[in-house]
Each structure stands twice: as structure tokens, then as C-alpha cells.
Design a protein around this ligand. Sequence first.
Ligand code: HEC
Ligand code: HEC
Length: 263
Amino acid sequence: MARRLLPLALAFLLGLSLAQDGKALYEQYCAACHGAEGQGIPGAIPPLAGNPRVADEAYVVKVVREGLSGPLEVNGVVYNGVMPPMPQVAEADARAIAQYLKSLSGASAQPPAPAPQVQGDPALGRALYLGQKALQNGGAPCQACHTVAGVGFLGGGSLGRDLTDAAKRLGGEAGLRAVLQNPAFLVMREVYKDKPLTEEEAAALAAFLVQVSQEAPRPASLYLGRFLVAGLVLLGLLLLYQAILWQLRPKSLAERIRSQLRR
Ligand code: HEC
Ligand code: HEC
């Protein structure tokens, strides 16, 4: 009897430990966006708890590994965001997460508690973005790698993508906050791993990016114009320099004789 129960018990324990791992992995990789209880953010990030599609393990693994975008509907609410692909989550880990999610589905799906949120200050966000105000934990300013139309003199870095429409792509202010506090993008994950943004900073940056996305798009030619102005100023300085050199040039012999004769 005991011998027959043993494999069952082991299988049960294995399943349990998988689900435990799944929980830890979920908290590491997914909770920032989908919420601690898988409740999602209405209208921005779909819930995973109580989501019928999430019962399909293969589907969850595919979404995690390949990302997902485009409109989808969960429990009558429409979502149209972008989940970045997360190849850093191993397939086995994704499966463990999927199993954990199944244990969430259904009963535990409560309506999302209205989390008390810090009000984001777009002006602060702008200063943080540009590096005019240092990030509290010493992270690099966003502008080092990103551009946002019309902000900063010559744009910004080009390692990351242009963030002008990031708010539209990533589920508005709420989605952005989540992304910034737990970036899913490899480079940013590394850069901010030991220097996370504070809640206030994430909120401010999100508010700033939402504001930017609502402004009329500025053409790239704006930067070209500024570039030309910068070029002309530089040229002017060079000419001035030349003129000064010309004034200070050593006098020629003939001139020296002439000025001696004049005396
Ligand atoms: C950067 C934020 C973010 C992170 C991190 C994230 N997701 Fe998502 N996820 C989204 C968004 C946004 C969508 C909706 C995409 C759409 O509208 O097409 C989504 C959709 C999904 C879906 C499809 C839901 C459906 O109804 O079809 C699944 C499944 C999913 N995510 C699982 C996960 C898992 C598992 C993790 C962790 C490994 C994770 N997500 C991490 C933002 C995120
Ligand atoms: C070291 C370079 C680097 C720094 C610094 C950096 N990022 Fe990123 N960021 C990236 C890369 C690389 C990606 C992912 C690939 C891409 O979207 O180009 C990314 C992606 C993003 C995305 C998702 C873009 C999208 O629409 O899919 C957002 C939003 C973002 N970063 C915001 C920020 C903010 C806000 C800051 C400042 C707190 C910041 N980043 C600082 C490199 C950086």
C-alpha cells in the first residue's frame, strides 16, 4: 500500500514544487505587469487569473517566449498592448509559470484592488528623463539610450527605441509604470538591476511619456534644423578664430620696414 502511494506522493510533491517554482518565477518575470495575483490592469494589461486562454499551457509558453501584440478580449474588456518577447525565460520555466497560473485561474480572481498610486509628475519625469535631475538609485538617464520627439537639443541616444509612442504601445500610464519598475527588456533589465527606479520616479516618467505621446508628433526635420544651426554656429566660431589669427600674424619684413620708415 505504502509502496503504491509513494510515487503518487512524489508526483504530488513534484507538482507542488513546480507550482512553487512557478510562483517565484511569476513574481520575478510577470508580476510587475500582470499584478501580484494575476489580476492585470483593466484596459491596459490583461488578467491571467480567471482568463480562459491561460488554461492552455502551450499558449502561455508561446506568448512568453514570442511576445504578443494586437487586440484581445478578456472577460468583456478589450486590450491592445504589446507584451515583449521574453527569451530570457527558459521554456521549462515558462511551463512552470503556466502551471502556477492554472492554479490561480478561477476562484482567486478578485476584482483588482484599486492600488493606492503615487500621482506622477510629468515635469519631474522630464527632468529625470533628460538627466537634469539624477535618479535616486544612480541609474543612467533615459536620454543616454532613447529619443523622444522634440525633447532635448539633438534628440538622444539610439540604443533603445524612440519613446514618443511608448505610452500607446505599452498600455498607457499604468502599463509604463509597470514596465519601468521591472523592465522586461534585456539591456534595461541589466542597466537598472541594482539601480531600480523608485515608485515615484517610475510614476513621473510614465506621466511624462504619456504627455509626450499626446503632443503633436514633431518631424525629424526639427532635429535636422537644430543640427544645421549648431553647424553654422561652429562655422562662425571657426571663422572668428581665423580672423583673430590673421590679426595676430607676424608682420612681414616689408611691413616692418614700412612702419619703421613712418617713425
Ligand atoms: C512589460 C509588461 C509585461 C510583462 C513583463 C509580461 N506581460 Fe504578459 N502581457 C502583457 C500585455 C500588455 C499583454 C497583452 C498583449 C495584447 O494586447 O496583445 C500580455 C498578454 C499576455 C498573455 C495573453 C493573455 C490572453 O488573454 O491571451 C499571457 C498568457 C501573458 N501575457 C503571460 C505572461 C507571463 C507568463 C509573463 C511572465 C513570464 C508575462 N506575461 C509578462 C504585458 C506583460
Ligand atoms: C543603457 C541603455 C538604456 C537606458 C539608459 C534606458 N533604456 Fe529603455 N530600453 C533600452 C533598450 C535596449 C530597450 C529595448 C529595445 C528597444 O525597444 O529598442 C529599451 C526599451 C524601453 C521601453 C520599451 C519601448 C517600447 O516601446 O517597446 C521603454 C518604455 C523604455 N525603454 C523606457 C526607458 C526609460 C523611461 C528610461 C530611463 C529611466 C530608459 N528606458 C533607460 C535601453 C535603455
